[in-house]
Design a binder for this molecule. Structure first.
Ligand SMILES: Nc1ncnc2c1ncn2[C@@H]1O[C@H](COP(=O)(O)OP(=O)(O)O)[C@@H](O)[C@H]1O
Ligand SMILES: [Mg+2]
Length: 511
């Protein structure tokens, strides 16, 4: 007699969870277990775990010729998560679990030798996909609560292989997994009210938030760059439900905890400048998302920009353009979302004190020029806003003067400006394409003349011109103005200070 069983499961590819059919066939011949469709090392380990788990659970491991096929063969598969479906397939094919019961369910889970189930990564994407397929999902307890965050999903949590079998036999139904309650209010992070003075920096932060513009802060140590950057997520409009779910799916794949209490809060990631290209972009044998994907829908803060290695910064290029990152490694490819808002910070010179009223900077003009020149032109080109942040005197810092506006107050203006943009072009200003830019940024003759003169005198590139227009559009939106006027444009031009410095450097280098 030969037995056949089919179990539904899921692989992971990027933030998706493509379907995998686990087919098990029991045939005549010498007892053996062969698994096809998995990488060799994973097969060896999985075989041992599945055999031990079945025996430890007081089931019979069939003394037959067992063939397990994981289809489609070309899907990348990491081993552990298929232990449970393989074990269930063997039990069903040998008549120890009803085959029919497997038709309406999907399952995932790594088995310990004792038959206990261990958690897997990417449970949330699997739950979303299983729901689309109209099937329920059986998961290890450790992964079930996360999967239950997918609201429409039908998730059951199991402690052991035995529990799963009792459920399928209709003897002892598994408990439904419940997600921790999601908090849909915006959790309070660091607040703008804590920032004293710095009207210019507050203004630029608001413009960056309103238009989704990337931002570079230049200033001496302790002037508040980190403090300002960390307050950007709090003045951005709260993440939409779709965005929150996408962020959660990325965290799930990365094996990071998902915090339902901070569901609508946008992420803030601040990797160290020694971070490798892989840590930033993602990678590894089973491609995992990197910092730029963990910052998806939120803020990526690169402190000490001048200290970052070229290869690390190079990986930012594609995602800055497309909002996605593709990781290629040997035959495998993974694609992760990476639409982040970049905030970079740097010192104004090697010692960090150029321009400080204390006069302690001893850097020469050449040293400063070389230092600023380290930031690659193409990266700088993609940053809409540059700002020098002055250092407050100890007296200003101590002063208990009038309280600053709170993040909630700023966020209200930001949301109003965003809504104008979305109603007009469906994207925020930072992502306007050239065509829409021309359509939505008509300039008055005065403004046109001003821009032409600035282009000429300050040697702006065509790219820089578009950046200026996008920022001017945002400034007008914050002011509730349909047209871009000269003051809007003049303010936007003021935020390209590093272009001028770099043009100066280039001019001197060639001159
Ligand atoms: N404008 C400010 N208002 C209130 N505190 C400030 C301000 N600027 C700096 N500080 C204080 O100085 C400390 C150093 O700021 P930080 O953001 O780390 O500076 P940077 O990143 O530029 O080196 C912060 O902990 C903050 O408390
Ligand atoms: Mg800092």
């Amino acid at each position: 007699m030969s037995g056949l069983a089919l179990v539904h499961s899921r692989a992971r590819a990027g933030i998706h969870a493509p379907a995998v059919r686990v087919e098990v066939h029991l045939g005549g011949g010498l007892p053996s277990l062969s698994i096809v469709g998995l990488p060799e090392a994973a097969v060896r380990e999985s075989k041992d775990r599945v055999r031990a788990a079945i025996q430890c659970s007081q089931f019979e491991f069939p003394a037959r010729r067992i063939t397990v096929n994981l289809a489609p063969a070309d899907l990348p598969k990491d081993g552990g998560r298929f232990d449970l479906p393989i074990a269930l397939g063997i039990l069903a094919a040998s008549g120890q679990v009803p085959v029919d019961a497997l038709a309406e369910v999907e399952c995932l889970g790594e088995l310990a030798l004792t038959g206990e189930l261990r958690g897997i990564e990417g449970a949330l994407p699997a739950a979303l996909a299983a729901t689309d397929a109209g099937r329920s999902l059986l998961l290890p307890i450790a992964s079930a609560a996360e999967a239950a965050l997918a609201e429409a999903a039908d998730v059951y949590s199991a402690r052991t292989l035995l529990d799963v079998c009792a459920h399928l036999q209709g003897v002892r139904p598994l408990p439904r997994a419940v997600a921790a309650p999601i908090d849909h209010t915006v959790a309070e992070g660091p607040d703008m009210a804590d920032v004293r003075g710095q009207p210019q920096a507050r203004r630029v932060l608001e413009i960056a938030a309103a238009g989704g513009h990337h931002l570079l802060l230049i200033g001496s140590p302790g002037c508040g760059k980190t403090m300002l950057a960390s307050r950007l997520p709090g003045i951005l409009p709260p993440a939409s439900e779709a965005e929150a779910l996408e962020s959660a799916a990325i965290a799930s794949i990365a094996g990071h905890p998902i915090l339902p209490g901070r569901w609508r809060q946008r992420p803030f990631r601040a990797p160290h400048h020694s971070a490798s290209p892989v840590a930033l972009a993602g990678g590894g044998g089973e491609p995992r998302p990197g910092e730029i994907s963990l910052a998806h829908t939120g803020v990526l803060f690169l402190d000490e920009l001048a200290e970052w290695s070229r290869p690390s910064l190079e990986v930012l290029r594609q995602p800055l353009e497309s909002g996605r990152v593709t990781i290629s490694r040997a035959a495998r490819q993974a694609d992760f979302p990476a639409r982040f808002q970049l905030v970079a910070a740097m010192n104004p010179c090697p010692c960090g004190w150029a321009g400080d009223p204390s006069g302690r900077c001893r850097c020469t003009a050449d040293q400063i020029a070389r230092y600023l020149g380290r930031i690659s032109g193409p990266l700088l080109d993609r940053i809409d806003l540059h700002l020098s942040v002055p250092r407050l005197s100890p007296r200003d810092l101590r002063q208990n003067g009038a309280c600053s506006e709170s993040s909630a107050q700023v966020r209200a203006r930001v949301e109003a400006a965003r809504n104008r943009q979305l109603a007009r072009a469906e994207v925020c200003n930072a992502r306007l394409d050239e065509h829409t830019l021309e359509r939505d940024c008509p300039l008055s003759p005065d403004a046109e003349t001003l821009l032409d003169r600035a282009m000429d005198r300050l040697h702006f590139s065509a790219r820089a011109r578009s950046r200026i227009l996008r920022v001017a559009r945002t400034i007008a939106d914050l002011a509730g103005s349909t047209s871009i006027t000269t003051p809007h444009l003049a303010e936007a031009i003021g935020y390209r200070s590093l272009d001028r410095l770099q043009t100066g450097i280039a001019a001197r280098a060639t001159g």
